[in-house]
Design a protein around this ligand. Structure first.
Ligand code: ADP
Ligand code: MG
Length: 454
């Protein structure tokens, strides 16, 4: 049992503790809580640092989410392989409430990896609005009764709009539920890598055993799966095995199933069997509520005027709202702790995002036609000569990027072409821009010109 004396032999050096907290702040900002300053590193004993918290709730939080973060920070600061142990005195001041010993000195392979979730990504911390209400309600239903309501649940939306948050919310809920459940949460890329690893090591049997015997399979960024034919094939069988057993499958992607390039038709059709829910960009009220929520979680005091200012400037990506809070926090620490409108203006002015004007497809076609010196009627017509095809594809790409129109709607403006043509055009432009910096800059300049409305 750790000694209560901070000055006894083996007590952890105060300066080193300061460095541990600074490291955590830098590397695991999302884990930090206001009360971390009150944690006491009581004793370093036999390769274990005993850290005292104020109450069992704090021990529980530390134990569940912070073990590896603390262990890594302590190991980095001391240069020694040290484990951490969290505990607190019980309410009568007698006895101890124990946390677990955690040492994450070795990487975990897929055979043994446990759920690695962000503790903040709970339903409680998710703000709902018109943009995400359906996806949120479905996620709650799935978390409460896996395998019984929507199967599979497929959530899609642009980057930074909360897909991962909702997926992990489901995992947290199931993990805390009354029924013990075997949950697997990973990305499409992980699935592909694990599969290839299993093929290489001749471990397909244990791979299948692992993936086909879970109660809840949650795969984030499933679009990566479509890049490899064999992993799609494998996932198809995984899906069938789980579905037949009424096990829950949850998937997220940056596009709906039928717009994921190279995703096999049989998977597209299966992904549509349950519920497909889209998350849209949040409106001003939702962005303001998210900012308040995130600031509260980080114990940062944001005046309402600052909330309004930041939410009005950062419009499309929630992750950037969060980045603005972090920046404000850092700036305010540099100047002594006050967050006001001037500081907020400074923080968001450096951010590249400004509210986009109302962009119409007619304006996009007009700008692109002028740029390539072709006729608007040719872009919208049927001719397939190269001099027309490129501007047409650029228009489709920009329409997808700068408007909220669906692929099918965009196709409609170009002589009634269907969504696969628009998808193909977008892919072609993206691929060309990747290999050609000048073309990439040309696209950016066109987008800027369209946003300026000229
Ligand atoms: P995606 O997976 O769609 O790219 P994430 O789930 O990673 O997006 O979300 C990016 C950040 O924005 C996360 O910190 C997440 O907590 C936050 N976020 C997004 N939407 C919401 C929301 N509705 N309420 C609270 N936080 C949100
Ligand atoms: Mg994500």
């Amino acid at each position: 049992m750790p000694s209560p004396s901070r000055n006894g032999p083996g007590a952890f050096n105060r300066e080193a503790w300061g460095q541990v907290l600074a490291r955590l702040r830098a590397e695991h900002h999302e884990l930090l809580r206001g009360w971390f300053g009150q944690l006491v590193p009581e004793q370093l004993n036999g390769g274990t640092l005993h850290i005292r918290a104020a109450n069992p709730a704090q021990v529980e939080y530390l134990k569940r989410f912070c073990g590896s973060g603390f262990a890594q920070a302590v190991q980095a600061v001391t240069g020694r392989l040290i484990a951490v142990h969290f505990y607190c005195n019980n309410h009568n001041g007698q006895g101890l409430v124990e946390g677990s010993l955690v040492s994450h000195a070795f990487p975990l392979s897929f055979e043994t990896s446990s759920l690695r979730l962000n503790p903040e990504y709970t339903f409680e911390n998710f703000v709902t609005g018109p943009c995400n209400r359906l996806a949120h309600a479905a996620a709650i239903a799935v978390g409460d009764a896996p395998g019984q309501s929507y199967n599979p649940l497929f959530i899609h939306g642009d980057v930074g709009l909360g897909k991962t948050h909702l997926l992990q919310g489901i995992c947290h809920t199931v993990d805390h539920g009354h029924q013990p459940a075997n949950i697997l949460y990973l990305t499409g890329e992980d699935f592909t890598n694990h599969f290839l690893e299993a093929v290489e090591c001749g471990a397909l049997h244990s791979f299948r055993d692992r993936y086909r015997h879970v109660d809840v399979l949650v795969i984030d960024d499933i679009q990566f799966l479509a890049e490899r034919e064999r992993s799609q094939e494998e996932f198809f069988h995984t899906f069938n095995a789980l579905y037949q057993e009424q096990k829950q499958i949850v998937l997220a992607s940056d596009a709906p199933p039928n717009e994921i390039p190279t995703l096999e038709e049989r998977l597209v059709s299966r992904f549509n069997w349950g519920l497909v829910a889209r998350i849209d960009k949040p409106c001003l009220e939702t962005r303001m509520a998210i900012l308040r929520k995130k600031a509260r979680l980080r114990c940062i005091d944001l005046p309402e005027s600052v909330v309004h200012l930041v939410a009005s400037r950062i419009v499309s990506n929630t992750r950037e709202l969060e980045g603005a809070i972090t920046k404000l926090d850092l700036l305010s620490q540099q100047i002594g702790g006050v967050i006001d409108d001037a500081l907020a203006a400074q923080a968001v002015n450096e951010s590249p995002q400004v509210p986009p004007p109302n962009i119409t497809i007619a304006h996009i076609i007009d700008v692109v036609a002028r740029h390539y010196r072709v006729k608007v009627s040719d872009i919208q017509g049927k001719r397939r000569t190269k001099s027309i095809t490129l501007p047409r594809q650029v228009c489709m790409y920009l329409a997808r990027k700068l408007t909220t129109l669906s692929l099918g709607e965009i196709g409609g403006y170009f002589g009634g072409r269907d969504h696969t043509t628009v998808l193909h055009a977008r892919q072609k432009v993206l691929a060309a821009a990747q290999n050609d910096k000048a073309f990439q800059e040309e696209l950016e300049a066109l987008a800027e010109q369209i946003k300026r409305g000229v």
